[in-house]
Ligand binder design. Structure first.
Ligand SMILES: Nc1ncnc2c1ncn2[C@@H]1O[C@H](COP(=O)(O)OP(=O)(O)O)[C@@H](O)[C@H]1O
Ligand SMILES: [Mg+2]
Length: 343
């Protein structure tokens, strides 16, 4: 199989921390051709979507150690029509430029894309959780999204809680997530001026401060609608954000029965939206956000539990590709029979 990985940059990979590299290595060890490409490598040549890709050259012996593997990789330049990929993994931080998705629209029927282009389009920012329809907050925190400073101000004033969270609609890695305290009211207007421009075409999230957040959040990795692992991220001293990028620390975690139930419930919806490999961020029984582009966690969960989750991910990719090939063969056979009958 030829498996592509759309990543930020090969040289920026941290081999110890990178979940993507574990999956790349697993694919390579299984004998698949593995290529990487960047979003600016997408090209249309005479109406066909191509890419300037870099393919990992064959190795006589693949080092077991991930850092040695990373150092040994030689990348060979190629220019190919992208429907030649069997699978393309999108491993770039959100939000993705919608034009990238338009490039991929042309190949989505032929190539297994994880996650599905239309799914990513739906879940390209934090508004996606509104499609879960949970007005009673059984598993979503009280969340408001607005481009109106007036609405946000009014909602803060009416809220019984002293503390709320303000964050951008399409942030990641904890960027722009801040705590609003009612007793620091003099800052609120200035903050809203910063988050919402005067054109009124950007939005901000105002969310209840979830109880238990001091203990950090839980990253749950979901594959094909089922959870395959989780770990707890505790925020650094004096920090509210538990993201690893903001100094969070990784701890072993076992999901509670009610968290498992929520994952199961959400899992079927994710799959029906074509979102096969997903990272849920949870605090207690509340889902904070659904990460569909480049969710991390494999390396931390592996380390804390002596697992190799990348194997499950690659098993899934292989199954999906085989399923697609079988369907194609079946369709070709049926078409042949139909043509024969017509003759
Ligand atoms: N409503 C909230 N209550 C308490 N903590 C929160 C809340 N929203 C975000 N956080 C903290 O900030 C972190 C980042 O928020 P998140 O919504 O996951 O955005 P990002 O996409 O930047 O990761 C969370 O992991 C959590 O530690
Ligand atoms: Mg998050």
């Amino acid at each position: 199989m030829h498996i592509g990985f759309m990543i930020p940059h090969w040289d920026h990979i941290d081999p110890i921390k990178s979940s993507t590299l574990t999956v790349i290595k697993e694919c390579f060890e299984r004998g698949h051709t593995v290529s990487i490409l960047y979003t600016n490598n997408l090209t249309v040549r005479n109406n066909i979507v191509h890419g300037f890709i870099k393919t990992i050259a064959k190795m006589e012996k693949i080092p077991e150690n991930i850092t040695s593997f990373y150092k040994k990789v030689q990348l060979e330049k190629n220019f190919i029509a992208l429907h030649a990929f069997d699978c393309l993994m999108l491993r770039k931080d959100p939000p993705i430029n919608p034009i990238v998705l338009n490039f991929l629209d042309a190949i989505k029927d032929e190539v297994i894309i994880v996650n599905d282009v239309d799914g990513i389009r739906k879940a390209n920012n934090k508004l996606y959780t509104t499609t879960f329809h949970d007005p009673d907050n059984t598993y979503l925190p009280v969340t408001h999204v607005s481009g109106s400073k007036k609405f946000i101000n009014k909602t803060i004033n009416e809220s019984p809680s002293e503390k709320m969270i303000l964050k951008p609609l399409d942030g990641s890695g904890g960027r722009g997530v801040i705590v609003l305290e009612k007793n620091a009211k003099e800052n609120i207007n200035s903050l809203l001026d910063f988050y919402i421009d005067d054109q009124g075409d950007n939005y901000v999230i105002l969310q209840e401060f979830i109880q238990g957040a001091d203990e950090g959040d839980v990253r749950v990795l979901m594959l094909d609608g089922k959870f395959i692992g989780a770990y707890n991220r505790k925020p650094a001293e004096g920090e509210v954000r538990a993201n690893m990028q903001t100094g969070g620390s990784a701890h072993k975690y076992t999901l509670t029965e009610s968290q498992k139930k929520i994952c199961k419930k959400v899992g079927s919806k994710l799959v029906s939206d074509g979102l096969f490999f997903v990272g849920l961020d949870m605090i207690g029984d509340k889902i904070l956000e659904v990460n569909v582009l480049n969710p991390g966690g494999i390396t931390n969960i592996n380390k804390l539990n002596k697992l190799k989750l990348q194997k499950k991910v690659v098993d899934f990719i292989e199954d999906k590709v085989h399923e697609k090939i079988e369907k194609r063969v079946e369709l070709e056979y049926l078409l042949k029979r139909l043509n024969k009958l017509r003759e």
